[in-house]
Design a protein around this ligand. Structure first.
Ligand code: FES
Length: 73
């Protein structure tokens, strides 16, 4: 692989989205924006944990409540 091809590969930003067993949906990437229904960026980060159990008091983010309620999924 040439140096130019290597540089292109290194420039790729990989965003990952995966569920944690019995926990939140985790999103990771170089720069992620959480956007509200009006299109306003409400938080930027490299990692978000999104609630899947529906019991977080900080929706849409996970606050650990899935442990308290014994969420499975
Ligand atoms: S998944 Fe963690 S609080 Fe809902």
């Amino acid at each position: 692989m040439s140096e130019q091809q290597n540089n292109k590969t290194e420039e790729k930003v990989i965003t990952k989205l995966f569920p944690r067993p019995n926990g939140p949906l985790v999103v990771t990437g170089e720069k992620l924006d959480l956007i509200d229904e009006n299109g306003k960026v409400i938080k930027s980060a490299e990692r978000f944990s999104i609630c899947r159990c529906g019991h977080s008091a900080s929706q849409p983010m996970c606050d650990g409540s899935h442990n308290r309620i014994g969420f499975t999924g």
